[in-house]
Structures are given as C-alpha cells and as structure tokens.
Design a protein around this ligand. Structure first.
Ligand code: ATP
Length: 255
C-alpha cells in the first residue's frame, strides 16, 4: 500500500527581508509500506524540511502531496495533526524527552491523544513498548539517569507506541557511538518490521544509509536516486569507520 506520494513538491519560505527561499523544488517520492529509505544531502540541502512535509508537520507550498491517498494541502491543520498522531512516529538525534518525566511517562505521552484509552491501558502499552526496547527494568528512570543509547530507546518506544505506519528518523544515531548507533538502528528496523511500517532515515552516516534498500540524495531542492545497491555488510563491525563501508557508495553519497 502506498503511504506517501509526492509529485513536484516544493517548499518556499519568506525571509525577514521579504525575499523568498525555495528550499525544496520539484521533489518526487513514493513511499510504500515496509520501505526502507535513506536520504542524504549536504547540510542545509533541505532534509529536515522534507521530513517535516512527509510527517505532516508542515504542508508544501507547491506540488502534490498525498498521505494514504489524502491530499495533504486540503487537510485542515486539526485533521493533519490527528493523521500525524496516529500514523507517523518521529525519532530525532536529540531524543527530545520530557526531562522531569519517567521513561514510562514519556512513552505514555502520545497515547494521551488516543480517544477512549484509559490510564491503565496507556500504562500497559507504554510498559510493553519499553520492555520491547529492552528497558523493562528502567520504567521509573528519568532521562538524566539514562545513557544516550537508553534515552534513544525511550524515544523509539515513544515514537512507536501507537504503531505508526511511517517512521521518520532524523539523524537517529547522530548523538551515539558507532556500536550503540548500529544497535539502535537494528531496534528501529525490527520494530518497524513487526508493524510493516515504512522507515525513512536522514543520515550523514554512510553505514546507516547502507542499511536501507533505497538510497536517495537531496540536491538542488530535488531528490535523486543513488540506485546501485551498496555492497557493504548491513552492520559495520564495531570500530570500523563509516566511510570504509563502501567507497563507491561513499562517493555517490557525498558528491
Ligand atoms: N522556516 C524557515 N525560514 C527560513 N529559512 C528556513 C526555514 N526552514 C529552513 N530554512 C532554511 O532552509 C535550508 C534547509 O534547511 P533544513 O533544516 O531543511 O536543512 P538540512 O538539510 O536538514 O540541514 P542539516 O543537515 O544542517 O540539518 C537552510 O538554509 C535553512 O536555514
């Protein structure tokens, strides 16, 4: 099933001096259920802007964008928020956990928007999700008591507790060491597999990009395919350099 279909999508913003900046122009992308897509691009090329459009945080200024067959530009902001809440999960580089809340409370937060789910049901779902990411023994821990890798696991549990069909990961391993990053990606992928969700990952890390089955690069406001499959192993051995994964892929990603 097609989740997202973008044709000629553009995103333009107005700058304080009255001039306009075309961040994205003519983006074409189809995301199917179960897809594993990585997007690379230079800093400032518009990757986060694109992720915000795919995740219904923002609407395009040009082109057509459909989410599960619905025209995003015609949705009211309330309808967009509801669709995002039930169908999209975000994982960010900086975890974005609520600092004063326990792991269990953090993971329950998205469930507060589920009409009809009572406290005990929310607690059960959050507990199960934290157990799924290996943190069943740290339910009451607050973020400042957790390592970076553990905080990212809480963030993953929070992003996926509503079983979204689209998972958008913006540099999810950027704040983690290589080995922890590979573990965290495996976790995101296996949870995505269980629910048949699509996973779109923005990354600068070539080892992380190589794990996807579709590789795209954002350049000049457009997406272009990097179609040759990387020959690298899916997970680099701990301690290996990301750029040693596949010199050919490396060249294509960073050109
Ligand atoms: N609301 C906005 N108003 C003005 N400029 C913006 C706005 N949003 C993004 N930009 C600009 O658009 C460009 C693309 O931003 P974006 O954050 O999408 O890039 P990116 O590829 O994710 O960058 P990075 O890899 O450094 O995070 C940047 O030059 C940014 O300053």
């Amino acid at each position: 099933m097609t989740l997202v279909e973008a044709h000629g999508v553009g995103r333009r913003v107005e700058l304080p001096d009255g001039s306009r900046l075309d961040i994205l122009q003519g983006v074409d992308l189809v995301v199917e259920e179960g897809d594993r897509i990585s997007i690379v691009g230079r800093s400032g090329s518009g990757k986060s802007t694109l992720l915000n459009l795919l995740g219904l945080l923002d609407a395009p200024t040009d082109g057509e964008l459909e989410f599960q067959g619905r025209d995003v530009r015609r949705l009211s902001s309330g309808a967009r928020d509801r669709l995002r809440g039930s169908e999209v999960g975000f994982v960010f580089q900086q975890f974005n956990l609520l600092p004063g809340r326990t792991a269990l409370q953090n993971v329950q937060t998205p469930l507060l928007y589920d009409r009809g789910s009572g406290f005990w049901q929310r607690e059960r779902l959050a507990r199960e999700m934290l157990e799924r990411v290996g943190l069943g023994a740290r339910l009451e821990a607050k973020p400042d008591r957790l390592s970076g890798g553990e905080q990212q696991r809480v963030a993953i549990a929070r992003a996926l507790v509503r079983k979204p069909k689209l998972i958008l990961a913006d540099e999810p391993t950027g704040a983690l060491d290589l080995e922890t990053g590979a573990e965290v990606m495996s976790l995101i992928e296996s949870v995505a597999d269980e629910s048949g969700a699509a996973l779109v990952t923005i990354t600068h890390d070539l080892a992380i990009a190589a794990r996807s089955n579709r590789h795209l690069r954002l350049v000049g406001g457009r997406l272009e395919p990097l179609d040759a499959a990387p020959s690298a192993p899916a997970v680099p051995a701990p301690g290996t350099l990301a750029s040693s994964v596949d010199p050919a892929l490396d060249e294509r990603l960073t050109a």
